[in-house]
Design a protein around this ligand. Sequence first.
Ligand SMILES: Nc1ncnc2c1ncn2[C@@H]1O[C@H](COP(=O)(O)OP(=O)(O)OP(=O)(O)O)[C@@H](O)[C@H]1O
Length: 680
Amino acid sequence: MPEQFDLLNETPVRPELEDSAALLALLDSWQAAGWLRPLDRALAGFLREQAPDCPPLVLLAAALVSHQLGHGHVCLDLAATLQTPDFALSLPPEGAESVDAPLPSELLQSVALTDWQVALARSLVVDSEQPAEGVRPLVLVGQRLYLRRYWHYERDVVSALSERLQAPLPVSDDFAEQLQQLFTDSKHAPDWQRLACALAARGRFSIITGGPGTGKTTTVVRLLALLQAPAVAAGQPLRIRLAAPTGKAAARLTESIGRQVGQLQLKDELRDAIPTAVSTLHRLLGSQPHSRHFRHHRDNPLALDVLVIDEASMIDLEMMACVLAALPAHSRLILLGDKDQLASVEAGAVLGDLCRQAEQGYYSEQTRDWLEAVSGQSLAAAGLATGDAEQHLIEQQTAMLRFSHRFGSDSGIGELARAVNRCDAPGARQLLHSGQFADIHQRSLNQPADPAFAACVLGTDALPGYQAYLQLLKSQRPSADTPAESDAWQAWARAVLNVFDQCQLLCAVRKGDWGVDAINQRITGLLHARGLLPAAQGWYEGRPVLVTRNDYALGLMNGDIGIALRIAEPALKPGDPERTALRVAFPRNDGSGGIRFVLPSRLPEVDSVFAMTVHKSQGSEFSHAVLVLPPARNPVLTKELVYTAITRASKHFTLLESRAGVFEEAVRTPVRRISGLLLN
Ligand SMILES: Nc1ncnc2c1ncn2[C@@H]1O[C@H](COP(=O)(O)OP(=O)(O)OP(=O)(O)O)[C@@H](O)[C@H]1O
């Protein structure tokens, strides 16, 4: 029997919603057009096999939950989907071919929310009452539909965090004095770094969020000194571990934490007990080949007392659940990150969800009194909202750093990032347009072959592009008789990689004329045509590549960037002439400045990386970041995407627009990630 849908709704029910075979045929055509992943379609097919009576609307919901996971949403929000189906589902995707099949908006026109909920609640493949006791593959909570696994992750994260947030830990009697000693250089009132340090010192869970250069690393180094001092004095140093979601982010933190620890006025014994090596989360948890399970979990917890995770905006829900499960109960977890950055590509926006109210503070009177007492500062003029200790559980352990020491009011990058963050599109445009700041630039592009694009890609002395690293590659190449074992090859590779890092094109999308794939091809062709690259296909010297899959055997992580270089190789046998070979040079990412050379054929999956998505650029910094916006409106064009791109730039930011107005549209659109991660 077909389900009855909204009887008052005159719109005829589409045949695909009355017949499962017709629905699966429609999903097939969506998949063929690249609208759905094979995985999404397969889930609907699998459920139909398991439960042949499963109504088409339930099969459709299953395929859509899976599709939404692929777009970073932990669940399918039925109401949001019915309100603006094509937009909520990001269909059709940017650059996808047209397809002779109805759009989600046409398909769902006749469907009412309550009918969809009832159909799901009645279905044998959905648990809607007491899901914890069920085993069905889908879980319905109100208007949110989950795959069971993700519902579990969300529930596990909420319960582990609630547990960690229960009672504050005691601090020593001279805590206020110690804080004072560590923050003698406070220049701002209130000094949020000192407040953040105090909050983190009293909790088994805390968040320190802030934009670029607000002093997250500075604060955490002092916090570690504060926590470690009594432990070292007692002869039982804390086991502290530092981690980040990607190799690139880990390398950056290794460098900055090493510098900061070196600058602190501490006794050697204490300084030596503060680690500076940062590992990736995958390595910390012990990833295992061909398995999503880690070596460390609830029954084999990590041997540590304090875990600091930087760039926490990149942690997805599954990873957060795995980290929390692997932590010993007594340990402290401190998350550092910029809540306003894009979330991970994977499902879930954990930091953003947890920091929803960080701006307003929402400290309870008790928390505020305690903070004022230990920090000796007043919060009266800080403009914070007053919260309730139980209702605003997470807020009691969250501090937002508000002053950028890197990008002050004289920095166009800082001002632009702040305007974008406020969704102030006219203000952001005015900053770009006025010429008031020498570090931010804008260019309009009329068509893909626009000469302004080529000029930007090649670069100038003042505004780095890709010409510089290719010229350096040629001009500084060690002479042909340099022995294979000479350090000169490493030094050359390091110099080429460093100069390459000065500029990076960032795209919002993968497909279409202004997507990563087309732009990579266009730049390769352009550099080849100018004689800067020897070829435009396959492997050639100068090709920059991005690793897109972890390879533990090679020690390469998703996100690592290398460049193909022709280097000397030892002779096969004594007396033979030395040979040359194309190898891909990667930085060792361990703070040593070392380079490793890998044969191209041994590499895991890689892409050329003259352009990368903004998502992939997280955790990286470039002297000159160039953001390319495509013309079509797309749900990925959000203010978080623009903000993330701007904050990748350390010296210059350029906006390349393929249509007037697209920047404003993006800045006005805050990201919507659907999840139910609420602790209060
Ligand atoms: N209270 C302070 N007074 C003066 N300079 C500071 C202060 N805090 C941080 N800085 C400086 O500002 C710069 C950025 O600090 P830090 O690296 O700690 O920020 P961050 O928030 O971790 O930055 P990132 O954006 O790289 O994550 C550093 O050079 C640091 O020395």
